[in-house]
Design a protein around this ligand. Structure first.
Ligand code: ATP
Ligand code: MG
Length: 150
């Protein structure tokens, strides 16, 4: 089991192809509540910090360039077992290996341009959520603000 919160990015490839709506529909249909959301554009510095775990990987510079190539949607998703269930909903990093019915199978075009990000642990989910959202930008299922119970 994982905790109740995960963090997602609808990446520049999916935003530019007008896939925000269909991806959000899949997220809602899978039972996730969107607790916070905004359209933004990563600065180079934000992308470098966000993906600093991959700094030594050969694809890092291309990844930073891709993530800063256009606007993205960032969101906090709430549901029981959120991190694990959302990783299942998005599918494998490489869409060629993603299961039918996953977001990446449907909307990703390559291992880099893979439509969405999903946190890989509770610890990283919290780090990523706090990177983009303050407490006052989060609204629970009842519409109430600022009531976060980790
Ligand atoms: P994300 O963290 O975005 O949810 P992930 O956890 O499935 O994706 P990671 O291994 O964390 O995969 O890689 C982060 C991102 O770096 C990938 O989503 C993809 O955009 C890019 N990436 C990963 N592997 C490669 C690769 N071999 N070539 C090019 N880009 C890659
Ligand atoms: Mg990852």
């Amino acid at each position: 089991m994982s905790g109740r919160y995960t963090f997602t990015i609808i990446k520049p490839d999916a935003v530019s192809k007008e896939h925000i709506g269909p991806i959000l529909a899949m997220i809602n249909e899978a039972g996730f509540h969107i607790e916070a959301m905004k359209l933004t554009h990563f600065s180079k510095h934000q992308a470098e910090v966000f993906y600093d775990v991959h700094a030594e990987r050969p694809f890092y510079n291309d990844l930073v360039e891709f993530m800063t190539s256009g606007p993205v949607v960032v969101a906090i998703l709430e549901k029981e077992n959120a991190v694990i269930d959302y990783r299942e909903l998005i599918g494998s990093t490489d869409p060629a290996n993603a299961e039918v019915g996953t977001i990446r199978k449907k909307f990703a075009s390559s291992v880099q341009n893979n439509a969405v990000h999903g946190s890989d642990s509770d610890e990283n989910a919290h780090r990523e959520m706090d990177f983009f959202f303050s407490k006052s930008e989060r609204f629970n299922r009842d519409g109430d603000c600022c009531t976060i119970a980790y």
